[in-house]
Write a protein that binds this ligand. Structure first.
Ligand code: BGC
Length: 474
């Protein structure tokens, strides 16, 4: 009898009978981040975080949208009753994975020191609930936010931050390392330091913009070192899963392709925005032109030989890529590092994060494959919001442009995969409308509409489009 069972299982596993289950299927998921969705800002012993402070005390949304908004309630996903309903919506959508982030200030409220068991238990349960629903958790350890107590100690301006992060990462990996297959150390250092912190100027520094910008690169360097330390630790723990880092990447194009100044500025922007991070991560080097420009304004930026060796010796298991749009770069002698790209969306219908260019996603993926030894890549964010969309005409919410955006970007991503890119997953940003940082609740990116007053959820057209895509590609 035993023999027959063994033989039968060999037949099943070899795919002659029922097809063997692929251990790591392509990840079709959706993405979110703790501060943007959780709410529960004082729940279960959570400490104050940087974004709690920025929204409640500085009133940072005031500058751009003229009113104070916070993530104190957000879309209420800290509440289990709510998130179980959201898991149900994910199941109906057909995703097999969910990228979300942990809030450091729930786990170690003061950044260093005592661990908060209730915070850890919350994520334990969330992970279990997802797995019970057949959804693979993809866990980001750090998505822009961290304990305010560490901000007060200088945050990433303080080299000690690397050790504080390492300590936090150890707590997380020890607790969840056996049951989570995919970890992401950080999300988008460029956006955190060179865009958000730079624009907000939380420390109210009077230093020239060029100096503040250069100091952002120094902080990003520290984040790359902390990333390397966490990856090393993960590998030494012999865990079965995979760990990577997420970068925001944008091919840089001259706004005016006939203007030599724009061309030059776009080449430099590419080094600053893309190459600095990719080279740092995969080669343990930085483009000399970036190092020189940074040192001009921040002479203390002196990555040491041993630091670069750490970067060179530690490779992520996969690269997380957040792609929204290419950067259209125009030369601007007044701007820090001499170029601007944030508002150069030339499309007729404006999308929130730049021009709609799926072709550039294809170029980006194939470029990374060719230049960085064909690493595994996961598209950890890709999405858009359009002025005038997301109109509720009950029972549906219309977002044809977002549906079209997702469809065309998936086609581009899968074409790259067919052409040899080692792509392991795709996650639109975002599952739900949520708290869009300095823009508060005024910019929607979700596949699921959220009524921010009542917390009602309504799947949009883009949700059904994505559902079709997943079904067709499974
Ligand atoms: C961030 C998200 C953000 C999204 C849309 C990305 O830069 O990782 O947190 O909401 O872009 O702007």
């Amino acid at each position: 009898m035993k023999k027959i069972i063994i033989n039968l299982s060999i037949i099943l596993l070899s795919g002659i009978g029922v097809k063997a289950q692929n251990k790591n299927p392509f990840l079709w998921g959706i993405a979110s981040a703790a501060y943007q969705v959780e709410g529960g800002y004082r729940a279960d012993g959570k400490g104050e975080s940087k974004w709690d402070f920025l929204t409640n005390k500085v009133g940072v949304t005031q500058f751009l949208i003229g009113q104070k908004q916070t993530g104190n309630v957000a879309i209420n996903m800290y509440d289990r009753t709510q998130y179980l309903k959201d898991i149900q919506l994910m199941k109906e959508l057909g995703v097999n994975s969910y990228r979300f982030s942990l809030d450091w200030s729930r786990i170690i409220p003061d950044g260093i020191g005592a661990v908060n068991e209730k915070g850890l238990a919350h994520y334990d349960l969330l992970i279990d609930d997802l797995k019970a629903a057949g959804i693979e958790p993809v866990v980001t350890l750090y998505h822009f936010d961290y304990p305010m107590a560490l901000v007060q100690k200088g945050g990433w301006g303080n080299p000690e931050m690397i050790n504080w992060y390492k300590n936090y990462a150890e707590v997380v990996l020890k607790r969840y390392g056996k049951k989570v297959k995919y970890f992401i150390t950080f999300n988008e250092p460029y956006i955190e330091f060179m865009v958000a912190e730079y624009l907000i100027n939380m420390e109210q520094s009077k230093e020239p913009n060029t100096v503040r910008f250069a100091k952002g690169i120094q902080k990003a360097h520290r984040q790359l070192l902390a990333n390397a330390a966490a990856i090393k630790m993960f590998h030494e723990m012999n865990l079965k899963g995979q760990i990577g880092m997420t970068l925001n990447l944008s091919p840089c194009l001259p706004l005016d392709s006939n203007n030599p100044k724009d061309i030059k500025a776009s080449e430099f922007e590419d080094k600053l925005l893309n190459k600095f991070f990719l080279d740092g991560l995969f080669k343990g080097t930085y483009p000399q032109q970036v190092v020189d420009s940074v040192q001009k304004y921040d002479p203390s930026f002196q990555p040491s030989g041993s630091e670069m060796k750490i970067l060179a010796e530690t490779k992520p298991d996969f690269l997380g890529i957040n792609y929204y749009a290419p950067a259209l770069v125009s030369y601007d002698e007044k701007a820090p590092f001499a170029s601007t790209w944030m508002d150069n969306n030339t499309d007729k219908v404006k999308s929130h994060n730049g021009p709609v260019r799926p072709d550039e996603l294809y170029h980006l993926l194939t470029r990374i494959k060719n230049d960085y030894g064909s690493p595994k890549m996961m598209i950890t964010e890709n999405g858009a919001g359009f002025e005038g969309e997301d109109i509720k005409v009950k029972p549906i919410v219309k977002d044809p442009l977002r549906a079209d955006f997702i469809q065309r970007h998936v086609v581009a991503a899968l074409k790259a995969k067919t052409d040899g890119v080692n792509l392991i997953g795709y996650f639109p940003w975002s599952g739900w409308d949520n708290f869009e940082w300095v823009f508060g609740y005024t910019k929607r990116f979700g596949l699921i509409y959220v009524d921010f007053e009542t917390q009602e959820r309504i799947p949009k057209q883009s949700y059904f489009e994505y559902q079709k895509i997943i079904k067709a590609n499974k």
